[in-house]
Design a protein around this ligand. Structure first.
Ligand code: GLN
Length: 483
């Protein structure tokens, strides 16, 4: 049953083939059996079985939605009432959230069953899931490689079928990059489409939650539940949520695809490039036309991001001071000692690096030189996307420069690690939506194809992804040992 899609599961639950309790137990058993992947930080077994029981009651009463009774998992960045919410950090190792994130509330209302909280890079800072206080996550396709990050636990769990689907968050690539490295489908919605209330903030102007699933159809179902205006999030956008499933099979005849020449140049692994070429050919067969475009600002995205994201994180993470909540050092001698040691002992190395970079960039004297300049670059990048997306319907390209790299391979070299998001970061700076879909393999490891659309074009992206998944079977393949 763990191989079924959400709609197939919904059917089985309604026909009585199995109950949500049975389905949930099957997933809990798999989580146990594959605990070596380290995908979960917390497994909420008892709570899951209770939710499953309630779902079975709803199903029997004929009052169920598509997600009712479906076992999924939350990235441990979403606050879940009465459940530990660690954000992958020692700082929040003792934090039991007193309230639910809006996204969590929405899944509860839909009657979905939460299996637990998924591992992630500390405060979502990382591209390999190696900065987690709870240890590295392993990629089920090759357990010596990383699953990507920061939503590495989510990607590994979905790929290994330790959950039907999962939530992720994406500040600079954290849904798409791990989705690509683990061979699953991931969607970063338009900034403001999904509420950030109760989603622990990293860089507030970039963070966006979204679905991580095996298929585009499942992603459409999840996004339907996640999207929508929330008065508790002042940056959430008050626009109607379309039906994301209704246009999934729309024809792609005449679709205009743009390939930025900057995305296919130096730095892209040649096997990955060849795999993507084959994927783009499938789109030609589906009736699309492909043209080369240019995104001249592309190379400025990483430097601008690594000023803006740390600047915002240095402000957001100032609340973790050992006083209000979170980790507190032992026997402080005075207040300064309490702050210094609580933060010094509670945060990991990468988080400290970001706080230092951000504080520096925001300091008097450097603010204009770094922060303001980065914001100007951000504007130029947005303009580049606007221009490109007025000429073509969607942009396609790689998600990552290579397939999954080895655990330990890049962790000592932050700049090299930062470069693994080179194709994803500009999208967050512009705020447009983008997907990663499984597009084949290079050296036996999954390759993701990125599809970037205009603001609020999620339905179009899902349609484009879904049709590809009707003529290819990359998204249905299983890592060995996880069939
Ligand atoms: N790898 C990028 C970073 O560390 C993006 C992470 C993310 O999207 N949360 O900032």
């Amino acid at each position: 049953m763990h191989n079924k899609s959400i709609t197939e599961l919904a059917k089985s639950l309604r026909s009585g083939e199995f109950s949500s309790v049975e389905l949930t137990q099957a997933f809990l058993d798999r989580i146990n059996q594959h605990s070596a992947l380290n995908a979960y930080i917390t497994v909420t077994e008892e709570r899951a079985l209770e939710q499953a029981q309630q779902a079975d009651v709803r199903l029997a009463a004929g009052d169920a939605e598509l997600l009712t009774g479906i076992p999924f998992a939350q990235k441990d960045i979403f606050c879940t009432q009465n459940v530990k919410t660690s954000c992958g950090s020692k700082m929040l190792d003792n934090f039991i959230a007193p309230y639910n994130a809006t996204v969590v509330e929405k899944f509860n209302q839909a009657g979905a069953v939460m299996l637990g909280k998924l591992n992630m890079d500390e405060f979502a800072m990382g591209s390999s899931n190696e900065t987690s206080y709870y240890g590295a996550v392993r990629n089920p396709w090759d357990t010596n490689t990383v699953p990507g990050g920061s939503s590495g636990g989510s990607a590994a769990a979905v790929a290994a079928k330790l959950a039907v689907c999962a939530t992720g968050t994406d500040t600079g690539g954290s849904i798409r990059q791990p989705a690509a490295l683990c061979g699953i489908t991931g969607l970063k919605p338009t900034y403001g489409r999904v509420s950030r209330y109760g989603m622990i903030a990293y860089a507030s102007s970039l963070d966006q939650g979204g679905p991580m699933t095996r298929s585009a159809e499942d992603a459409a179902i999840m996004l339907q539940t996640m999207a929508g205006f929330d008065e508790k999030d002042s940056t959430s956008v008050d626009l109607p949520v379309p039906d994301y499933r209704i246009g999934l099979t729309n024809s792609l005849e005449g679709l205009k695809i743009g390939l930025p020449k900057e995305f296919f140049g130096e730095g892209l692994n040649s096997d990955v490039a060849a795999t993507l070429e084959a994927a783009i050919n499938e789109y030609r067969k589906l009736g699309a036309t492909v043209t080369e475009i240019s995104m001249p600002s592309f190379k400025l995205a990483i430097p601008a991001y690594y000023v803006i994201a740390p600047a915002e994180c240095s402000a957001n993470l100032s609340r973790f001071d050992g006083v209000r909540f979170g980790y507190r050092c032992e026997n402080p001698v005075d207040l300064t000692d309490l702050y210094t040691r609580s933060r010094g002992e509670g945060f990991g190395k990468e988080v400290k690096r970001r706080i230092l970079m951000g504080t520096y960039a925001l300091s008097t004297g450097y603010y204009d030189a770094y922060y303001i300049k980065a914001q100007k670059i951000r504007r130029v990048i947005s303009e580049d996307f606007k221009k490109a997306l007025s000429e073509v319907d969607v942009i396609m390209g790689p998600v990552t420069p290579s397939t999954a790299f080895g655990i330990g391979e890049k962790i000592a070299n932050p700049v090299e690690m930062y470069l693994s998001d080179i194709y994803t970061i500009a999208i967050n700076l512009a705020g447009v939506p983008a997907m990663s879909i499984p597009a084949g393999f290079a050296n036996n490891l999954p390759v993701g194809l990125q599809i970037i659309g205009n603001y609020f074009a999620e339905a179009k992206l899902l349609n484009i992804a879904h049709l590809y998944q009707q003529v290819t079977d990359w998204h249905t393949q299983s890592p060995k040992g996880f069939e």
